[in-house]
Ligand binder design. Sequence first.
Ligand SMILES: C[S@@+](CC[C@H](N)C(=O)[O-])C[C@H]1O[C@@H](n2cnc3c(N)ncnc32)[C@H](O)[C@@H]1O
Length: 441
Amino acid sequence: MTDQPFLPAVREQYESFPYPPRDPADELRRLVHSVPASLLAINHHCFNGRRDFRSGFRVLVAGGGTGDAVIFLAEQLRHYDAEVVYLDMSLASRQVAEARARVRKLTNITWVTASIMELPRLGFGPFDYIECAGVLHHLESTEAGLAVLNAVLRDDGAIFLMLYGKYGRQAIYDMQALLRNYLPLDASMAEKVRLTRELLAALPASNSFVRDLDASGWEISTEGFGDAGLYDLLLHTQDRCFDVPGVYALAGSAGLHLQGWAWRAADYEPANLVTDPEVRERVAQLDLPRRHALAELFIGNMRTHEFFLARQPGRGASLQDEGCALRSYGALLFAASRLAEEMVPGPGRVLRFEDRGVTLDIPCTPISKVIYAHMDGRTSIRDLRGKIAQAVSGATPEAIDQELQSIYGQLHPRGCLYLIRAGDYGTTVPDYERLFTTRPQ
Ligand SMILES: C[S@@+](CC[C@H](N)C(=O)[O-])C[C@H]1O[C@@H](n2cnc3c(N)ncnc32)[C@H](O)[C@@H]1O
């Protein structure tokens, strides 16, 4: 145990290497966005799609780094009566984040330089939503960090966590072990970076990290996250990883329930990963946590776990809620209505969609054409049923249900479709078309 509320070596790292490296001038040309900072996704996963963010929404970005999440959240909440609190123990990181906010003329952020462990005495909160990405696994105790976040959460609030995955980062841990053996103990941070780069260039191709270099290339390359990325990935002094049972145990330690995976949700279902019918049948018998745990081992390359937590189970939106509307997002954000126009319905017809790492084979039916044309966040499922019945003769309620479920099952786990309550709230949901000054990357 240290007598300080943070680990000194970790603070020193982020003072020297704010993470991720960002140039405030880039705010003039693009907005960095992410699922856990998207009000649409937050609403879907944590508030049954029914939260109205226009009044009194209080959000904490814990360990906000150079500001990606806080900037995106503050942009979406800019015109509402909301409070956005950024907290990080690294002043250098906060300075980058604040400069980005100034470029965007955002004035709705409260800036705090402190440790997460000091939250109870700081008097902020309670919060409706806490975003904490890539932070708790660098604390002395992840469990203690989560307990503190939970202590400043409203009873009906929710927390997002991104934590390192165990199996997908094995090659990284091999390299960290190698470097602990190789680097002089008294080397400075800059010297460690230099020696690490020199060594990486010299290692044989059979080395596990070198073999897996494609997965880490951006993180450590000079065009990507550079020295800050390299230090974060390979030289961190406090780096803990979790497998799926570890994620469930951590949530349980705080009395919280997992609400859903924010990233690669489809990959947490073993049935999506194998085609053999016997294997599929065997895993279908298992309960959800076991299926998720097996899926992580099946796929083997989950480098992070990203998930929402809340005190009560069942906080996700549901297709059974007829007052909800469909809203396309992610790779489909700008594409759903175009796909509806391109669809030529017919037996066995499939439309291939490929963009930003998402590949979809979309069955083209008269019903799916109408559904794709109304992924607008405004048309309730109830109204959508009426539109389908008008446009498609003979469309039975059962056929509509089946297509809704299959489209939702295909798109939602890939981050392409969410549900939010339609109507007044839906029509004033943040204007993503305006926010994305360029197409989202
Ligand atoms: C890997 S960065 C992630 C930054 C940001 N959340 C993101 O995803 O871009 C980790 C951040 O957590 C902060 N951090 C680590 N331990 C902390 C603590 N005990 N209290 C507050 N911030 C902490 C670091 O200063 C750093 O900015």
